[in-house]
Design a protein around this ligand. Structure first.
Ligand code: NAD
Ligand code: UDP
Length: 334
């Protein structure tokens, strides 16, 4: 298939482009590089031996998206483009609502206009809010604690309403848990700007000596060791999930959790990272971070049964690949 990938130069998008190209699909990346770099396109080409088409363009621009769609007549779109920093979304909510909602509207509108029937959307486990674990797709969505999470819930709703009156549309909402790790080549991975907010990139920067020590945000949660529990998933597993979701898309709305189904605490992740890479991570326990929940992990049965997808890579591979990328490429990528 010929697929437009918005945000394809980003962390999850770039890994998905690799899997799409490996699977024989044609890839057209639309990215304004607000949180990524042109160099990533070269690296995708280096890994796969295929050069994706690339437009440096804003997915909120109807003019740009219309032109790209009419030029290439894609058969599907994966819409990764979006802003994703939870803390920043509290500081500048309008930028988040504008970018995340408008880009989704513009891309969806152009799907309808150009007869593109497959729309895969990057959603997040954050839409579950504080709910009983494991989170299952049929649950009522919970209270979102920040504008970022709210944009994901609104986009899900918008896509669902539009699909209802456009029966040819196959909308797939993929709710990611905690993507970590990098491609085994070490050429693409997560290279956040500034001090990382997320645990794994923070760990790799402590390991590198860029940051002094890890702060563990709270050890008084109702979890086995008191630290927060998350469902970490290797980004390549996640990328493979996108290809299957796209290939198996059926008219209507399909929602899938993409996680491992296994909860891991902060201290367990630190330990796995130390073991996998044979190094020590200094840490201190500090106060809880505002807005954090105790536990978040997926019920993964639906993706397994309906897409034939399961996450294959374990914590050791996640830790090893994240560290390889940090050493080999890391900040030079940004
Ligand atoms: P990322 O920032 O690495 O990638 C997003 C890409 O979109 C970047 O390359 C950025 O330049 C681009 N972009 C942003 N706004 C754009 C616009 N208006 N037009 C064109 N390009 C634009 O983030 P990621 O981690 O790869 O996340 C991809 C998607 O998955 C996002 O929608 C994010 O909200 C969602 N998601 C991410 C996580 C996570 O933990 N990484 C979890 C759940 C959901
Ligand atoms: N966390 C931490 N120190 C950090 C970053 C994160 O203790 O420097 C914890 C955080 O409280 C949560 C887990 O690690 O329990 C995962 O956090 P992350 O920001 O990576 O993902 P999310 O909060 O989106 O699940």
């Amino acid at each position: 298939m010929r697929i437009v990938v918005t945000g394809g130069a980003g962390y999850i998008g770039s890994h998905t482009c690799v899997e799409l190209l490996n699977g024989g699909h044609e890839v057209i990346i639309v990215d304004n590089l607000v949180n990524s770099h042109r160099e990533v396109i070269e690296r995708i080409a280096q890994i796969t031996g295929e050069r994706p088409l690339f437009y440096e363009a804003d997915a909120t621009s109807d003019l740009a998206v219309d032109l790209i769609f009419s030029t290439h007549q894609p058969e599907g779109v994966i819409h990764f483009a979006g802003l994703k920093a939870v803390g920043e979304s509290v500081q500048v909510p309008l930028a988040y609502y504008r970018n995340n909602l408008l880009s989704t509207m513009v891309v969806l509108d152009n799907c309808l206009k150009h007869g593109v029937d497959r729309f895969v959307f990057s959603s997040s486990a954050t839409v579950y809010g504080e709910n009983q674990v494991p989170f299952v797709e049929t649950m009522e969505l919970g209270h979102r604690t920040n504008p970022y999470g709210e944009t994901k819930a609104i986009c899900e709703r918008m896509l669902t309403d539009v699909a209802e009156v456009n029966p040819q549309l196959a909308v797939t909402l993929l709710r990611y848990f905690n993507p970590v790790g990098a491609h085994e080549s070490g050429l693409i991975g997560e290279a956040p700007q500034g001090v990382p907010n997320n645990l794994m990139p923070y760990l790799t920067q402590v390991a590198k000596g860029v940051l002094g020590e890890l702060q563990v945000f709270g050890n008084d949660y109702p979890t086995p060791d008191g630290t927060g529990v998350r469902d970490y998933i290797h980004v390549v597993d996640l990328a493979e999930g996108h290809v299957l979701a796209l290939e198996r898309a059926e008219p209507g709305v399909s929602i899938y959790n993409l996680g491992t189904g296994k909860g891991t605490s902060v201290l367990e992740l630190v330990e796995a990272f130390e073991k996998a890479n044979n190094l020590k991570i200094p840490y201190t326990i500090t106060a809880r971070r505002a807005g954090d929940i105790a536990e978040c992990y997926a019920d993964v049965r639906k993706a397994r049964e309906q897409l034939g997808w399961t996450a294959k890579r374990d914590l050791t591979e996640m830790a090893r690949d994240a560290w390889r990328f940090e050493q080999q490429t890391g900040k030079n990528n940004s």
